[in-house]
Structure formats: C-alpha cells, structure tokens
Design a protein around this ligand. Structure first.
Ligand SMILES: NC(=O)c1ccc[n+]([C@@H]2O[C@H](COP(=O)([O-])OP(=O)(O)OC[C@H]3O[C@@H](n4cnc5c(N)ncnc54)[C@H](O)[C@@H]3O)[C@@H](O)[C@H]2O)c1
Length: 256
C-alpha cells in the first residue's frame, strides 16, 4: 500500500476524477478529506469509504476562507496533510466577444486563484511537517485549444506556470508540485456537456469525442486517479514541476 498512513486533501472530490482519486488513495491505505460544494455526493462518498478513512467538508474554492477551513478540518482530524490534490475545474463557453467579464473572472477564480490559495496554505503546512506533494489539475486545453474555451484554456495553461514555480520555489522544503493534463475523461462534467447540444444525441457526441483520441475512447476517471496516486508516491520522488499528459494520445497527433 503505497500511501499507508498518509493524509490527503482532495478539492473537488465529490464526483468525477476527484471521487475516483479519493477512492484510489483510500485503497492504497491513505485517509482522505473530500472538499466540495456537492454536499450529498460528498457525504455519500465519505460514508462509503468509511468514517475512519474519510471525511467530507463543504467548501466552495471560490472563497479563500473556505479553502483554509477545509485545511483546518483535515488537519484537526488527521494531524497533518501530506498530499493536496487541487482538482476543481469549471468551464464557461463563448468567444471573447461573447464571454462576459463575470464568466472570465469566475473561471479564473475557481480554476486558478483557488489553486494559488491552496498552494499557499499547503506549502506553509508542508514546510512545518517536513514536506509533501501538491498535484494540480490542468487540462489538455492548457496545451492546445478548442473554440470558445478562452477562459478555461487560459486558466489551465496558467495552472502549469503556477505548478512549475511552486516546484522550484519549494523543492528545498521537500515539497514536490506537479500538474496533470487529462484528455476527455468520462465524468459528469463531460456527460453534462454532451447533453447541452440539443440537436445532437449525447452518445453520438461522446463517440465523436472519443474518436479524437488515438486510443479511440474516452479516458476513465480511475485511469487519472491511478496516475495521481503514482505522482504522490515515493516512486515519483524525482518528478516535480512537470505536467503529466493523461490524454489517450490526443496531444501527439497533428491531423487525424
Ligand atoms: N473530464 C474531462 O474530460 C477533463 C479533461 C481535462 C481536465 N479536466 C479537469 O479535471 C478536473 C475534474 O473534472 P471532472 O471531469 O471530474 O469534473 P466534475 O464536474 O465531474 O467534478 C468536478 C468536481 O468539482 C466540484 N466543484 C465545482 N465547483 C466547485 C467549487 N467552486 N468549489 C468546490 N468544488 C467545486 C464539483 O462539485 C465536482 O465534484 C477539473 O479541473 C477539470 O477541469 C477534466
């Protein structure tokens, strides 16, 4: 069990990639604090994982004080935080002439500023406890873009810049900081997006999105979770500052 006795704080852990990662960490012997706005799903997951292994804390990462409160709850319960997974992400669509400043600001606050606030607190805690690992969720859209995703794509590219800088600033403190860039993963986020195109069947769209990936399928949340658990493990001890593509090969192909 590669994570035995470690304590992990997962922001955005109630469903999708975050939930799969919370399950995977507990499967590897860790204790997990799940911080999310989705009260019902978050509590149900914590219950499924067991009261001795998991807790849920309500947290809107758009509010810095709630990020701090999530750290306080995890530390009160587990004594320390060894791994932080900054995984919350939202998308607002529109070309720059259509997208409102409010939607731009919200996307950057939730996807990027929240990771800055969390990194700030994580670094302070990890300096005291002798080190730790921070994993930030970026995206394939931080590497290449899609139409109407300016705010999301900008936030995800910036996550990689933040990650690199935290990594080099705090390497000497025993802290590693890495990011992950998933391709299209079969989560509620993607399932909901597939249902928003009124003139298209969701299953046709998902098949189309799958075909963009050389592996010709969507990724599974469990596949992302396995990579995150590895990045947090001592086996990944020489990996810091970098971004891991978990993308079914989509970034490698110029023309399909
Ligand atoms: N699914 C994909 O194809 C894909 C691809 C690339 C990157 N990502 C990134 O992976 C991460 C997880 O995505 P997912 O597909 O599992 O999404 P999801 O929507 O299924 O899960 C995201 C979780 O974040 C929570 N959340 C949203 N806003 C929040 C807030 N303000 N405060 C606290 N929690 C909040 C949601 O309640 C949910 O539990 C995101 O950062 C997303 O941008 C996803």
């Amino acid at each position: 069990m590669s994570q035995n006795g470690r304590s992990v704080l997962v922001f955005g852990g109630a469903r999708g990639i975050g939930a799969a990662t919370a399950r995977a960490f507990v499967g590897e012997g860790a204790r997990v604090a799940i911080a999310d706005v989705l009260e019902e799903e978050g509590r149900a997951l914590a219950e499924e994982l067991g009261a001795d292994r998991a807790l849920f804390v309500h947290c809107d990462v758009g509010l810095p004080e709630q990020i701090d409160a999530a750290f306080n709850t995890a530390i009160e319960r587990f004594g320390t935080v060894n791994v932080v997974f900054n995984n919350v992400g939202i998308a607002r669509y529109g070309t720059v002439d259509e997208l409102s400043l409010e939607d731009w600001d919200l996307t950057l606050r939730v996807n990027l500023t929240a990771q800055f606030v969390s990194c700030k607190r994580a670094v302070r805690e990890m300096k005291q406890s002798g080190g730790g690992v921070i994993i930030n969720t970026a995206s394939i859209l931080g590497h290449a873009s899609q139409k109407t995703t300016s705010a999301y794509a900008a936030s995800k590219a910036a996550v990689m810049g933040l990650t690199r800088t935290v990594a080099i600033d705090h390497a000497a403190d025993g802290i590693r900081c890495v990011s992950i860039s998933p391709g299209t993963i079969d989560t509620p986020l993607v399932q909901i997006a597939a249902r928003t195109f009124k003139d298209r069947k969701p299953e046709d769209l998902e098949r189309e999105w799958a075909a963009h990936h050389p592996l010709n399928r969507l990724g599974k949340p469990e596949e992302v979770a396995a990579a995150v658990v590895f990045l947090a493990s001592p086996g990944a001890g020489f990996i810091t500052g970098s971004d891991m593509l978990i993308d079914g090969g989509i970034r490698s192909e110029l023309y399909a």
